[in-house]
Write a protein that binds this ligand. Sequence first.
Ligand code: NAG
Ligand code: NAG
Ligand code: NAG
Ligand code: NAG
Ligand code: NAG
Length: 482
Amino acid sequence: MLPLFDTPPSPHKPQNPELDRKSSFGSLKPYLPRTWLIFFVLFLQIILLLIARNYHISTAVIIPQHLPEVAAITAVDGGDTECPSGKVFVYNLPHFFNTELLENCHELNPWGSRCDTYSNDGLGRPATKLAGVIPESLTGAWYWTDQFASEIIYHNRMLNYRCRTLDPESATAYYIPLYAGLAVGKYLWTNNYTAEDRDLHCHTMLKWVHDQPYWKKSNGWDHFITMGRITWDFRRSKDDDWGSRCIYLPGMRNITRLLIERNSWDYFDVGVPYPTGFHPTSPSDVETWQEFVRTRTRTTLFCFAGATRGLIKNDFRGLLLNQCYNSSGSCRVVDCGGSKCSNGTSLILESFLGSDFCLQPRGDSFTRRSIFDCMIAGSIPVFFWNRTAYSQYEWFLPGQPESYSVYIDKNDVLNGKSIKGVLESFGKDEVRKMREKVIQYIPRIVYAKPHQGLKGMKDAFDLAVEGVLNRIKDQEREGFKW
Ligand SMILES: *[C@@H]1O[C@H](CO)[C@@H](O)[C@H](O)[C@H]1NC(C)=O
Ligand SMILES: *[C@@H]1O[C@H](CO)[C@@H](O)[C@H](O)[C@H]1NC(C)=O
Ligand SMILES: *[C@@H]1O[C@H](CO)[C@@H](O)[C@H](O)[C@H]1NC(C)=O
Ligand SMILES: *[C@@H]1O[C@H](CO)[C@@H](O)[C@H](O)[C@H]1NC(C)=O
Ligand SMILES: *[C@@H]1O[C@H](CO)[C@@H](O)[C@H](O)[C@H]1NC(C)=O
């Protein structure tokens, strides 16, 4: 199912393209109606005017407090200068496609309830056990976020996005808030469901969307969706194989998909960062964190976090593990067997915070959440496959791989190359420079906590949506659409 080659993808239009609610749910706050907004702005202006007339001296103090609010409101409807790439219309899909899945969180997987996992608007439970490891002022910014929560996080952000429009006529892009990952999650581990069960949500959504008048505007080229799992979970070719067929359904053809792992050959797949546990509430949270990781004392050269039990000798991860154990003093191993690393342990964060480098082999698929856990902790990632990051997250990571990461070809490791040897060859200053690059990119790979995003700082969500809007502009070039 996973392609075996590791060739760089075509970043733009591929040569061979066919290779391939607004809702009443409490947390997804709908926008105020437009007329209400107009009245509110007028009202605010009258009040300001009255205050200014009556209290000349205090005007300077009062106006700056109110101005940002007025600006934020006008950005919803007017103000094209705020949204030079255009605006997004969010489809009001029936609840069946999103919030109903969340409300039935106890049946999302066969082993137990996922209600805690997706609580707090998808961020999960507060990571109280990190107190003492992270700066005190940031204890409220960390959660045990599930790696598959992005469709919920994106939906909440999209409903409050500053470049959202309620007028479909004026939209540049159309967002489809289907929770495709949650919808298929419960069918992945038991085979007593039919292929139709697995494709039900996606199939029904496509029928619904194709019936909308705005589909025809561009044959779906201006439509996009977040799918919270890796692309391979939606690419079932035979009925009794793994996953859903969602991406292979003919009606999906022109829809851009934001995924935590993309198929590097598919133009319509866009890789976005996995959600991590860090959800800053303000730019100052980000800056506090950046300073914290910059000034850490790092006592080990590198670390490896992964499930260590049951790794066979010839498995690549097994080789890394052996090298790590054999570099005692220089390498730290964190055993993430079961769900130890996703649930209630600070061990993994501590080992990233204490190491200069972290090893990021591929696992069952090319990417891992650990890449982002590592970088957020200011540790420099070491990659063995290009598709682990370089051809996945181009909108989010630096263009020069060597500026923030180390690449060691997997074949060299198989032939016995010493990882410790490679990493020790970097001078202190080189390491400092690479780490600084990683730290500089932290805002671009986190998902902010406020549904409105961070004021004056772009996070992963902002970059993803701007990327989609810009792509739609590119597509307008003559002969682009195929
Ligand atoms: C499939 O099996 C699981 C447990 O293995 C069970 O909970 C579920 O009800 C079964 N579903 C169907 C449709 O039979
Ligand atoms: C996708 O776009 C192409 C080119 O605009 C169009 O011919 C095709 O019908 C579209 N596919 C779907 C499923 O709408
Ligand atoms: C550990 O490393 C040493 C020196 O590189 C090597 O001789 C030895 O065989 C290694 N041991 C294992 C278990 O890999
Ligand atoms: C995760 O943590 C919660 C709360 O501490 C606990 O109820 C749950 O059993 C834990 N799950 C696992 C798999 O350890
Ligand atoms: C992978 O990326 C590295 C670093 O950018 C590059 O040197 C190498 O040629 C790439 N390998 C393949 C197979 O594309």
